[in-house]
Design a protein around this ligand. Sequence first.
Ligand SMILES: Nc1ncnc2c1ncn2[C@@H]1O[C@H](COP(=O)(O)OP(=O)(O)O)[C@@H](O)[C@H]1O
Ligand SMILES: Nc1ccn([C@H]2C[C@H](O)[C@@H](COP(=O)(O)O)O2)c(=O)n1
Length: 267
Amino acid sequence: MSCPALVWCRRKLWSKLIGPTSGAVGCGKKSLIASTFPIMQRGLFSTENAGDQNKREKGTVICVEGNIASGKTSCLDFFSNTVGLEVFKEPVDKWRNVRGHNPLGLMYQDPNRWGLTLQTYVQLTMLDIHTKPSISPIKMMERSIYSAKYIFVENLYQSGKMADVDYAVLTEWFEWIIKSVNLSVDLIVYLKTSPETCYQRLKNRCREEERVIPLEYLYAIHSLYEEWLVKQTSYPVPAPVLVIDANKDLEEMSRHYEENRRSILSL
Ligand SMILES: Nc1ncnc2c1ncn2[C@@H]1O[C@H](COP(=O)(O)OP(=O)(O)O)[C@@H](O)[C@H]1O
Ligand SMILES: Nc1ccn([C@H]2C[C@H](O)[C@@H](COP(=O)(O)O)O2)c(=O)n1
């Protein structure tokens, strides 16, 4: 349900972001303004589909996906001062400190024992972010509840580091959540990098818990991402995918983000 104040707020932000609502913003795709304020344009027998309805109610949801240290946070930082857009970073600090415990660190030390613990908490925190109201028309998230399951839980399970029963319980939770809660996504931006690039960036970033990560781990995550988002042969893909070559340096990435702002922001 959209309250009138929220709709007014969105209109205001929109006109600041992309000019007056009468302007052409279609970009070859359906106008985002039309899908944000369809009430003004549609009659009783609307042909509005579920995606349009979602955009109207929740705004546009963009998930930035990619391997560990592929540059997702940097991408969100780049777009963070865009008017009409709110960024939601992965809550890594929570994963490192929940009431004084560090499930991320524990998982890297002993995945068989702590994989379920970390992934249960990741699933909860991602659900929290998906359902958090945003006053901005565009919500840009770092990863999603989908990659938590289809990439990280699957990797633990497929590599023999998660017990069948742990995997079954997480899967039951995941399936209940996605059928019971509206977690729709409008666009997935996949930052495609080589595992070697990520390994180098991860070493430079120097996050304590991640010191134990070998290159092979990044290969495994990479190949799960490729199967899910590029080949689209493993698990359901919840939204159209925009693939960006993210192997380039920071300056080149910024230039690319600036030049492709409209397609990245699903305008
Ligand atoms: N295009 C890039 N070229 C070089 N270094 C980068 C690039 N993008 C990010 N980095 C650096 O790599 C590390 C990981 O980037 P980050 O954005 O935190 O990745 P992620 O959020 O995907 O884990 C950080 O130290 C960041 O400054
Ligand atoms: N479901 C998840 C999500 C993330 N992680 C780990 C991977 C990294 O060590 C860290 C944060 O990821 P980044 O943003 O740096 O790509 O969290 C995980 O184990 N399970």
